[in-house]
Ligand binder design. Structure first.
Ligand SMILES: NC(=O)c1ccc[n+]([C@@H]2O[C@H](COP(=O)([O-])OP(=O)(O)OC[C@H]3O[C@@H](n4cnc5c(N)ncnc54)[C@H](OP(=O)(O)O)[C@@H]3O)[C@@H](O)[C@H]2O)c1
Length: 398
């Protein structure tokens, strides 16, 4: 059967929008996906149509794709099946609402929203309107994540009881984002380590200790946390969380996790993995290790008590060497022909549309909400509040 074509609209033209859209336009057959194909029919920039036009050119979009100078025009385009929202997290609530109001399905970047109240409202609205909505936690859709979750659910690790997970940068924020205006540190763009990077530490904790439980056994964790503030802007530059996931005694009792994030220090100081794994998943029969960066991991080690050591590499597929095609994010460029890995989540969103599903299969909307509630609690414990205009569930112009 011919693949079904899913038509995307891209909302925002920044760094990740570019990486995502380039991956999106790689033929899915290069990764063994034959049911769907993706195309880009439109992109919008909040600043100008010419910026959107430049964006479409830079990602090599079809020449028929339309460029808009406002997000409102994009969501009115009848040819758009699904919108990818790639604005700063401060803007996700308002931008996703705009899409849902116009009857569009949505894939929204992480962190889903600024707080759980906003996430809840988006989820309710999508369900009322019978639209697809998914938080773009791309890592969950990687084959490496499927392998790790399978190692847990198949019982290879025994009873899994503890996880350590870190996603940190090891950079000087003053030098990386001078002036405090970057979305990474600006309070009015919901800056800070927790929402931007801690979400990945929590992703590994949740997808190993929570997603792997049968839905009726999933219980939200308790959390105790501490935060260090970034002096220049007051957002968090380092956050440490201790989590307890309740589990019946007969199933092995409670599970513990340590989830950490920091701008300034990290456990991949040379960017080559020399510091060791950044995720360690421990069960009664052994340990699974995942090397950093944990948002785009490519290396695992399984160590079992019976002497098994299983090392695996998980390179990202793509058009391959000799293609002259490159992707990457920010200043880093992947090897020629190597995808970034954002196509896996795009494939899942497209397959869901074709199959009539309304959520992503490896992170339900309820789970996205539980994680937002947890991050709310961590912020509450440490008094981190963002400006009202980005915490509100009212419709406002940002
Ligand atoms: N999955 C991943 O690996 C990954 C990686 C990086 C970032 N992200 C997420 O993606 C989102 C965007 O991050 P990014 O790194 O792409 O950011 P970015 O480079 O700063 O781009 C954000 C874009 O949002 C639009 N925008 C609208 N209002 C804005 C405002 N007031 N201030 C700044 N930008 C505004 C702008 O596009 P227009 O001018 O065209 O409207 C801007 O180019 C964030 O939520 C982030 O957490 C995910």
């Amino acid at each position: 059967m011919a693949p079904k074509v899913v038509r995307w609209g891209i909302l925002a033209t920044g760094g990740i929008a570019q990486t995502f859209t380039k991956d999106l336009l790689v033929d899915p057959a290069t990764r063994g996906v034959h049911e769907i194909k993706h195309t880009v029919v439109a992109a919008a920039s909040s600043s100008s149509a010419s910026r959107a036009q430049e964006f479409l050119k830079s990602v090599n979009a079809p020449s028929s794709a339309v460029a808009y100078g406002s997000y409102k025009e994009l969501v009115q385009n009848k040819d758009v099946d699904i919108v990818y929202v790639a604005t700063p997290h401060s803007h996700h609530y308002q931008n996703v609402m705009l899409c849902l109001d116009a009857g569009k399905n949505v894939l929204c970047e992480k962190a889903f929203t600024v707080n759980a109240a906003q996430a809840k409202k988006l989820i309710e609205t999508a369900r009322e309107k019978n639209l697809f909505l998914m938080e773009a936690v791309w890592t969950r859709y990687f084959p490496i994540s499927i392998y790790v979750r399978d190692a847990i659910t198949s019982g290879r690790l025994g009873t899994v009881t503890r996880v350590y997970s870190d996603n940190s940068l090891a950079a000087e924020p003053e030098k990386a984002w001078p002036g405090g205006k970057s979305r990474m540190v600006a309070p009015d763009l919901a800056g800070g380590a927790l929402l931007d990077m801690g979400i990945y530490s929590l992703t590994w904790v949740f997808q190993t200790l929570y997603t792997t439980q049968s839905p009726q056994h999933r219980k939200p964790p308790r959390v105790v946390s501490t935060m260090q503030r970034y002096p220049e802007t007051g957002v968090d530059e380092m956050t440490t969380m201790l989590l307890t996931f309740p589990r019946d005694a007969a199933a092995g009792g409670d599970m513990h996790a340590t989830a950490t994030t920091s701008f300034r220090v990290g456990n991949d100081v040379d960017g080559a993995g020399t510091c060791g794994p950044a995720v360690r998943i421990q069960g009664t029969l052994g340990e699974m290790q995942v090397w950093p960066p944990i948002y785009r991991p490519t290396r695992t080690r399984l160590i079992l008590k019976d002497g098994t050591i299983e090392d695996k590499n998980w390179p990202q597929p793509g058009p391959g060497k000799g293609s002259g095609w490159y992707n990457g994010f920010g200043g880093s460029v992947n090897q020629e022909g190597e995808g970034h890995g954002m196509f896996w989540e795009a494939d899942e969103a497209a397959l869901a549309l074709v199959e009539g599903r309304k959520e992503g299969k490896f992170e339900s909307l309820d789970e996205s909400l539980v994680i937002m509630e947890l991050m709310d609690e961590v912020r509450r414990q440490n008094g981190l509040v963002y400006p009202e205009k980005i915490e509100t569930t009212d419709r406002v112009e940002l």
